[in-house]
Design a protein around this ligand. Structure first.
Ligand SMILES: Cc1cc2nc3c(=O)[nH]c(=O)nc-3n(C[C@H](O)[C@H](O)[C@H](O)COP(=O)(O)OP(=O)(O)OC[C@H]3O[C@@H](n4cnc5c(N)ncnc54)[C@H](O)[C@@H]3O)c2cc1C
Length: 467
């Protein structure tokens, strides 16, 4: 048998069912396609990561005299053309989650069939089947807790598959038409604190299990201590499977409450995938339909200040600068920064979500859209709109000594712990309350209580407009 394995969002050898099946049956041509017709993956941070990850994947395949064949263009056209050229009988791949992924699968199946080639999709690369409707109904789940409880009872986590013992190449396919070099010199970028690729993912998991899992439940919200796994960019590019993580978690001796909490966070990832499967439109439209008429401002200057970490609210600015410096941001700070944009500045969640999509190394369409909608209040299981984070109190609570803020806002390093989260008052406040600008750090862009009230007024108008 001669097969193509189409690597999509799963850049690894271990627990890769399409690869294991194809490798067992005969020679394999491993293919990756940069597809500009898929609008979901802008040429942003995640793409830079992915290019490095492809280099690592190619290196691993070369152990067996095989290699990765990389192309740019329409996946469907390229895979059909290459399948004919190398006389492949089947194309193996995981199923995709987004509406675009699924439309592409249908197109590909047709094109391949016309060429006499089969498409074998081996299921989703998730822990639980995302296409599982709510218990006893045909509609999707809406609320996380019962969803997660049900899935945990209904599905025993599958054992991860080992990497194939060999992945034989097809007999001398040569350089194929349109094939590109896997990694260009200019793409060898450094990633602060991360090592893209399957080996980097495996050692990140090992480090997390040994050093940070104990205490995860109580410390995970404190960004200055950074005890979370930081596995998200590896998961987003599929360099490690969620089944592998769960399997290793079950073997760990860490306290049960830490293991359970971590499993719950992975559960949110499953829940987001489930929501996206049933609501492909959620990438751009609110899950609560009545939110389509919510009034957003077009405050370009505010949006720019937020993106550049110049809002004058240190916890928010530190997060946004962490994002621009490293391509990653701690979850607590993501929630606070997103809430500040949507509620205090009144900018739409879609604008924020697009910015994250461009700049996050771990950009994941399902997690990103579900999380933004959760923060904004328009998700199925969202934080109620009226519960508005106070970003100063959040900073004081989760970064009590300002370690995190000092790391990303060097202009504030000299301030005391008491001042670090309120370095400046607005110039409209009484002169006696104002402090001098610490090293040019801006005054707060908005008054927190006034902007909070304005947000609540917008929300009340929205509610009043719903019949
Ligand atoms: C506005 C906003 C946007 C976000 N955008 C993304 C995104 O594009 N990609 C992304 O992977 N996560 C996103 N998240 C979720 C979360 O912030 C990150 O998954 C987490 O910070 C990654 O760090 P970690 O790997 O150390 O997490 P850990 O705490 O170690 O969690 C382990 C894994 O569980 C999953 N996970 C954890 N929290 C969540 C969550 N709330 N929702 C879904 N999955 C979760 C992730 O895959 C994560 O890697 C977003 C959150 C917010 C509030």
């Amino acid at each position: 048998m001669r097969s193509i394995v189409w690597f999509r969002h799963n850049l690894r050898l271990s627990d890769n069912r399409p690869l294991s099946l194809a490798a067992k049956e005969g020679g394999v041509l491993p293919v990756y396609v940069h597809d500009p017709t898929l609008s979901l993956f802008p040429d942003g941070a995640r793409q830079r990561w992915r290019k490095r990850s492809l280099v690592e994947l190619d290196r691993s395949l070369r152990v067996w005299g095989n290699r990765l064949h990389v192309f740019s263009g329409s996946s469907s056209e390229i895979l059909s053309r290459v399948a004919v050229r190398v006389r492949a009988e089947k194309v193996y791949a995981f199923r995709g989650l987004t509406g675009e992924d699924r439309a592409l699968e249908e197109r590909l199946e047709r094109d391949l069939m016309n060429a006499g080639v089969g498409l074998h999709l081996t299921g989703f690369d998730t822990l639980y089947p995302p296409d599982l409707a709510a218990e006893g109904r045909s509609s999707p789940w809406k609320i996380f807790t019962p969803y997660h409880r049900f899935c945990r009872q209904a599905f025993l986590p599958e054992l991860p598959l080992p990497a194939p013992s060999r992945v034989d190449p097809l007999p001398s396919p040569g350089r194929l038409e349109g094939e590109e070099n896997v990694g260009e010199a200019e793409e060898v970028v450094a990633f602060v604190g991360f090592e893209p690729g399957e080996a980097g993912a495996t050692s990140r998991l090992q480090e997390f299990l040994e050093d940070s899992l104990t205490g995860y439940a109580s410390r995970r919200d404190f960004p200055g201590e950074a005890p979370t796994s930081r596995l998200s960019p590896h998961l987003a590019s599929g360099e490690i499977s969620v089944r592998e993580i769960v399997h290793r978690l079950q073997e760990s001796n860490a306290p049960r409450k830490d293991r359970e909490k971590f499993l719950e966070e992975l559960g949110w990832r499953e829940f987001s995938a489930h929501l996206l499967f049933f609501h492909p439109e959620m990438l751009g439209e609110p899950l609560k339909k009545e939110w389509a008429t919510m009034e957003w401002t077009s405050d370009e200057a505010g949006f720019l200040a937020w993106r550049e970490g110049r809002t004058g609210v240190p916890f928010v600015d530190a997060g946004m600068r962490e994002l621009s410096k490293t391509g990653w941001m701690h979850n607590r700070v993501r929630m606070v920064a997103a809430s500040f944009l949507v509620k205090n500045l009144g900018v739409s969640w879609q604008s924020g979500a697009r910015w994250f999509a461009e700049t996050l190394l771990d950009y994941d369409p399902a997690n990103n859209a579900a999380s933004w909608q959760w923060v904004a209040g328009c998700g199925t299981d969202a934080a109620p709109f009226f519960r508005i984070f106070n970003p100063v109190l959040q900073g004081q609570r989760y970064d009590p000594h300002g370690d995190y803020v000092r790391r990303f806002l060097p202009e504030l390093t000299a301030l005391s712990d008491a001042d670090i989260h309120v370095p400046r008052k607005r110039s409209s406040s009484p002169a006696s309350e104002r402090s001098a600008s610490p090293n040019g750090y801006p005054e707060p862009l908005v008054d927190l209580s006034e902007s909070r009230e304005a947000a609540l007024r917008r929300y009340r108008r929205l509610r009043a407009s719903v019949p």
